[in-house]
Ligand binder design. Structure first.
Ligand SMILES: C[S@@+](CC[C@H](N)C(=O)[O-])C[C@H]1O[C@@H](n2cnc3c(N)ncnc32)[C@H](O)[C@@H]1O
Length: 355
């Protein structure tokens, strides 16, 4: 069973196919969700005016979005402090991602980041300390009751592993010829994906419930669906196009059918109802807001898909075919979007730790 923590990492560095250069869609999502993030952090700050704030960004990746989030949090509090004539608190900022993340590139941005903060010290800026935390957010990452605020964007749709139960007792794939949920996938496939998401999201909440103080806040943004129907495939066109590209390669004899049949993308986009049910069962957080955001995706999104999925595809299919695969994929992507209106759906979930 493919474990995501061993194979998933966004393309590192700052080259043509890097996440740093191909994360505009994620930046748009982040920016659209900012008002909800601002409300939550200000609410938290103005309730107790803590002298120190410990904040974690989970699934921070490596690129302009990484420091954009923590900068924006600091700026939001800074404006409030200016308005109230308060000294700024100290900030402990944790940037978390899987161990394969390009933390070196992230750290290389830090001197510039600190410099900008120092230039703006007029309001009695407290210190800001940034630390990297390598590990899976489907498990404990921080000591008990050590965090005030958690943010995560564009990350929690990644499952911890490829769902179990995608093969029958004979080891034959139930999702033959496909790499994700599609309209023609059998019901067992939908069920297996949902069950894996339920296990993972429960574990995520349980782990965070230990780490966040009572009254602490959490704002999570990730892919979702409008439809409550678990067999809805409204937001999976990008995977269908990879499937088509791989199947073309099988027909051309440059790819083995078996390789396609045995590969499944560990990604799930839940509905609001599915999320609410897990939050309720886990029981440690109350939901303050939950909203659907719709984002226009441009044809440049194809490069973004490469930056995000290449590490997993290389693991299964080898690096040699990646340029060919993504050349065809990009053509299909552009063609698809010129014939179909396909907006990306994200859900934003703002919660408070009970107690
Ligand atoms: C698309 S990037 C999002 C980066 C950034 N937050 C943004 O909005 O642009 C998703 C990130 O989630 C990370 N990720 C996926 N599963 C994870 C896990 N179990 N634990 C920690 N990070 C994870 C990936 O490695 C990747 O860097």
């Amino acid at each position: 069973m493919m474990e995501v923590k061993q194979v998933l990492h966004m393309n590192g560095g700052v080259g043509d196919t890097s996440y740093a250069n191909n994360s505009v869609v994620q930046k748009t999502i982040l920016t659209k969700g900012m008002p909800i993030l601002e409300d939550a952090i200000l609410d938290l700050y103005c309730t107790t005016f803590p002298k120190k704030l410990s904040i974690a960004d989970l699934g921070c990746s490596s690129g302009p979005n990484t420091l954009f989030v923590i900068s924006h949090i600091i700026d939001t509090i800074k404006m409030k402090c200016r308005e109230l004539n308060h000294p700024l608190p100290e900030f402990q900022m944790f940037l978390n991602d899987l161990p394969g993340n390009d933390f070196n590139t992230v750290f290389s941005y830090l001197p510039g980041f600190y410099e900008r903060l120092n230039e703006e010290k007029q309001v009695g800026l407290g210190q800001c300390f940034v630390a990297g935390v390598a590990g899976s957010f489907y498990g404990r990452l921080f000591p008990s009751e050590s965090l005030h605020f958690i943010h995560s964007s564009n990350s929690l749709h990644w499952l911890s592993q490829v769902p179990q139960g995608l093969q029958n007792e004979m080891g034959i794939s139930l999702n033959k010829g496909k790499i994700h949920i599609e309209k023609t996938s059998p019901p067992n496939v939908f069920r297996a994906y949902l069950a894996q998401f339920q296990r993972d999201f429960y574990l995520f909440l349980k782990s965070r419930s230990e780490e966040v103080i009572g009254g602490g806040r959490m704002v999570l943004t990730f892919s979702g669906r409008r439809s409550s129907d678990a067999s809805s495939t409204e937001c999976y066109f990008q995977w269908e196009l990879i499937t088509q590209t791989l199947n073309d390669m099988v027909s051309q004899g440059v790819m083995e059918q078996d390789k396609v049949d045995s590969f499944n993308i560990p990604y799930y986009a839940p509905s609001i109802q599915e999320l609410e049910a897990i939050v309720e069962i886990e029981g440690s957080f109350s939901v303050d807001r939950i909203e659907i955001m719709e984002i226009d995706i441009s044809t440049s999104g194809a490069k973004g898909i490469r930056a995000v999925t290449e590490s997993m595809l290389v693991d299964q299919f080898g690096a040699a075919i990646m340029d060919d695969l993504f050349r065809t994929y990009e053509q299909k992507y552009v063609e698809y979007l010129s014939n179909n209106k396909s907006n990306h759906i994200s859900l934003v979930l703002s919660m408070t730790r009970k107690g």
